[in-house]
Design a protein around this ligand. Structure first.
Ligand code: AKB
Length: 318
């Protein structure tokens, strides 16, 4: 990786990944790709070049790739699960028509590609506990349908054309920088904001609903490490289970209460998000990622909670 285009650089993952790559890579250029209406600001804008990069515009992507001699594309453009359920055709357009544009540009210009998959690529018939790397993937949400298709199409481009596609199945990602927006796992971010502000949290996901979650610094390390992995060690490619913690809202609230004892939570379950959450695994088995490219998370629920609360107190000035 030397010259990298991050598509979706102002989103939840992209805003932090772009900055991490700019710090991490000693030479080369990291281009922050964005769409009109979500322009980069502050450090993201000032620390390197940015370009309009709409996945639905292959010609525009090609121009950026050629101008900056891009060798790696992080394709982070996506509608998250709950929004994709409301706007399925738009989700298809961004996630599938966008992906094939990115893969074609990569094929013609010899780029490696990372397009994240998700716990959303699994469905109700998938084994729920210790979900294996290779297993049943029959998701029931549009988000999940596009994620399975993303995995298959990315593998197809690798086997058919030799495009260096690699990816991970992200759990719900928890961060104190950019809000996710439109996901089923967003509650696990919003709960920290409410707790730090001293507000009651109204939880849209029912007690007893376990999902895999991950702190953003671990997710960023996974996204960088998989693209730097020795290709000869990779048996799998699209996409690796990566896991670090699994909890339900009760466990998360109890952990926050250890640090903010006055924190309160009540439930008002959102049927759309709950149906999606019920169809996803409780906890993934990430042995393949550990064996094939040395994946190891650094954060658990305790260390993430301490870090989230400290950062949000600073950010919110409370
Ligand atoms: C979502 O909830 O849609 C995402 C995901 C788990 O992929 N955070």
């Amino acid at each position: 990786m030397k010259n990298v285009l991050v598509i979706g650089s102002t989103g939840q993952i992209g805003s932090e990944l772009t900055m991490k790559l700019r710090r991490h890579l000693r030479e080369g250029t990291i281009v922050a790709g964005y769409i009109k209406g979500s322009e980069p600001k502050g450090a993201l804008l000032e620390s390197g070049p940015s370009e309009i990069a709409d996945v639905r515009n292959a010609k525009g992507l090609t121009e950026i790739v050629k101008r900056y001699k891009i060798d790696t594309i992080y394709n982070l453009a996506a509608l998250l699960s709950a929004t994709a359920e409301q706007r399925p055709l738009l989700a298809w357009d961004i996630q599938m028509n966008g992906l094939i544009n990115v893969l074609e540009v990569a094929r013609l210009n010899h780029c490696a590609v990372f397009t994240p998959s998700s716990i959303g690529s699994f469905g109700p018939s998938t084994p729920k506990v210790s979900t294996p790397q290779d297993t049943i993937q029959r998701p029931t949400s549009m988000y999940g349908v596009t994620k399975v298709a993303t995995e298959l199409l990315s593998d197809y481009y690798f086997h058919k054309f030799g495009v260096d596609t690699r990816s991970v199945r992200f759990p719900g990602l928890i961060s104190n920088v950019t809000h996710p927006g439109g996901g089923t796992t967003d509650y696990a971010v919003e709960i920290y904001y409410a707790a730090v502000k001293g507000e009651e949290f109204v939880c849209p996901i029912a007690a007893g609903t376990y999902m895999d979650m991950m702190y953003m610094p671990d997710a960023l390390r996974a996204a960088v490490k998989i693209m730097e992995a020795d290709p000869w060690r990779l048996i799998h490619r699209n996409a690796f289970n990566v896991a670090s913690m699994s909890f339900d809202p009760e466990i998360l609230a109890a952990k926050i209460r250890e640090h903010i004892p006055t924190f309160t939570m009540r439930y008002q379950v959102d049927p759309v998000r709950q149906a999606i959450a019920d169809s996803w695994p409780d906890s993934m088995n990430d042995r393949a990622a550990r064996e094939e490219w040395g994946w190891r998370p650094k954060f658990n629920l305790e260390s993430m909670t301490i870090d989230m609360i400290a950062h949000l107190r600073g950010k919110l000035g409370v």
